[in-house]
Design a protein around this ligand. Structure first.
Ligand SMILES: [Cu+2]
Length: 249
């Protein structure tokens, strides 16, 4: 009975990476695509590094759990408890210092990557304002004048059209409550806050359509705050802006 249970447990442990990895396009990317935007270039190595760190900690923890369970089992006729030890100063120092080092290293790399991600150049070629409201999105293409605005509804999710290979400066605001502009494939999540303007600059690097949604619970129709980001060539982008201007005339 016991060996059966051990075998079942071993099979589960060995199979778990298979269940985990089958959903990913590429194992090394751990669920996020590479080379989609300039943000992925920074965030993906951080994501991979965090998984490696978690894997190392996980394996060491598993060994520390299984070691006593397998090699220090109660022997027949042994006293009820083994010798009890308290206040082992070196051990206590070690298990305080090691987590501190782990947190410090992850903090260092997070700050380093974040500084690059939020940096603003003076050469952003386009400006787009993203306003979240209950319950959809409004995209204003500022380089095409005041009229170039696309407003979505819960029934008709809006499309954010952006140019390939050209840096865009985005400003994010919230009209009523806090919303969250989230494009999973871009590894981007930034809050739309009422009364505060957030900014982010990035360059799309791959043509295609990418789903986005609001990830701050903002009210009854929060789940319908969907949108699509469409990355097009610079010429198509220019034509799109012209068409927006035309539709306002
Ligand atoms: Cu929302």
């Amino acid at each position: 009975m016991r060996t059966q249970r051990v075998k079942a447990l071993a099979a589960l442990v060995l199979m778990s990476p298979v269940f985990f990895l089958t959903g990913c396009s590429k194992v090394s990317e751990l669920g996020f695509p590479a080379d989609v935007t300039s943000v992925n270039d920074q965030a993906l190595p951080l994501w991979q590094g965090a998984w490696i760190a978690a894997g190392v900690v996980g394996v060491i923890t598993l060994i520390l759990i299984l070691w006593p369970a397998v090699f220090h089992r109660a022997k027949v006729g042994a006293p009820e408890f083994p010798k009890q030890t308290q206040y082992n100063i070196p051990v206590e120092i070690i298990y305080t210092v090691i987590p501190f080092i782990i947190v410090a290293v992850m903090f260092f790399y997070t700050v380093q990557k974040e500084n690059v991600i939020v940096a603003k150049s003076t050469t952003a070629m386009h400006q787009i304002a993203v306003n979240g409201f209950q319950w959809s999105w409004q995209f204003s293409y500022l380089d095409a004048g005041k009229g170039a605005v696309v407003t979505g509804t819960t029934a008709a999710a809006p499309v954010l059209v952006i140019p390939l290979g050209e840096p865009v400066r985005y400003t994010f605001t919230g009209n009523d409550v806090i919303h969250g502009f989230w494009v999973p494939a871009f590894m981007i999540q930034i809050q739309n806050l009422p009364g505060v303007t957030n900014q982010l600059e990035f360059t799309a690097k791959k043509l295609g359509e990418y789903p986005g949604r609001c990830n701050m619970h903002c009210g009854r129709a929060h789940s319908q705050m969907r949108f699509t980001v469409k990355v097009v060539t610079p010429t198509e982008y220019k034509n799109y802006l012209e068409s927006l201007k035309g539709s306002q005339a």
